[in-house]
Design a protein around this ligand. Structure first.
Ligand SMILES: [Mn+2]
Length: 329
């Protein structure tokens, strides 16, 4: 599975391929986030402005907070001749529902910013230095000669803002802000979008947070903080599990904490563990030893067994990492 052959394209070449294409199916990743949906929608409206036949397909339902991006969802109304994936790092991330697998079998084009993209598409525009796929897509749309409408700007801003935690993550660069500035000039609704994306929580999400905060525990002389939610508590709160992602930033936000852990029990009973670290501590190294992976400051793994076993296993790895000789971060 690691012998994929893809040809790398630059922005101009990707724009040319899209201009030459028609009957274009846009694929997003499963459990869609703001970047993949924002990109899917922005590209849909850009291609529509070029009078092309196109639609977006995703294995899972678009979360309600991104519904405003309002792309046409593919219902089999045309025979796709070009399949393009946006913000999808690997084939396993396409998902199994809505007839996605038959189109994910052969992906022509891919626009992505994940360093681990395994080259499943024939042609790939990859920039691991981009904070969001939307940051790259903006350049492609401009290169295609499509004016950035207010709506396209809203979709692209959503991708950039959500993937950077509203311009806070270390992936945020000068270019990220430059593109955001262009989107603001194009009329995107910065205030409304930030309120929608960052300052509004469903009541069920707040209820889940209340429960998780009650479970806050400190370990390793306060260098590690941990919260958890059991399957029953998640069900009881009524929260959509997709809405629990931001909760993972809570334990690492505490003063003096170097490693923040969030344990969420999955429907099958296993615990999904999110690891967030302060600068200089490698979250991926911790998660990798338990079969997981991710980025330097944000990683995760999944452990079978009960809560105590999961806690003990992850805390042992956290301790080993915190007490390891410090490498340059
Ligand atoms: Mn992304």
């Amino acid at each position: 599975m690691d012998h994929w052959m893809t040809e790398q394209l630059n922005v101009q070449q990707m724009a040319q391929r899209l201009l030459a294409a028609d009957n274009i199916l846009i694929l997003c990743h499963k459990n869609p986030d703001g970047d993949t949906i924002g990109c899917g929608s922005a590209l849909y409206y850009a291609l529509k402005a070029l009078e092309k036949t196109t639609a977006v397909l995703c294995s899972d339902t678009v979360p309600s907070r991104y519904a405003f991006t309002n792309p046409r969802l593919f219902k089999g109304e045309f025979e796709p001749r070009t399949v393009i994936a946006v913000d999808v790092a690997g084939l396993q991330l396409f998902g199994e529902n809505n007839g996605v697998p038959q189109f994910a079998r052969h992906v022509d084009l891919c626009i992505d910013h994940h360093a681990g993209n395994n080259g499943y598409a024939d042609f790939t525009l990859l920039d691991a230095g981009a904070a969001a796929a939307a940051e790259l897509l903006y350049q492609v749309i401009v290169e295609m000669g499509v004016p950035i409408s207010t709506h396209i700007a809203d979709c692209l801003y959503t991708g950039i803002a959500t993937d950077t935690g509203c311009f806070k993550f270390s992936s945020t660069t000068a270019n990220t802000h430059t593109v955001a500035a262009k989107l603001i000039e194009a009329g995107c609704h910065v205030e409304e979008l930030n309120t929608l994306l960052f300052d509004t929580k469903p009541r069920a999400r707040m209820e889940a947070e209340r429960i998780a905060r009650n479970h806050l525990e400190y370990y390793l002389d306060g260098r590690c903080a941990l919260i958890y939610l059991t399957r029953d508590e998640i069900r009881q709160s009524g929260v959509d599990p997709a809405d629990l992602e931001e909760l993972t930033s809570l334990p690492i936000s505490i003063e003096g904490v170097k490693v923040g852990l969030t344990l969420r029990q999955q429907p099958g009973g296993s615990y999904r563990i999110s690891v967030r670290t302060a600068k200089g501590v490698d979250a991926c190294a911790i998660a990798r030893r338990l079969g997981g992976g991710g980025h330097t400051r944000a990683a995760g793994c999944e452990l079978l067994g009960d809560l105590e076993n999961a806690k003990n296993a992850i805390l042992a790895e956290v301790e080993a990492e915190l007490d390891a000789p410090q490498e340059e971060a």
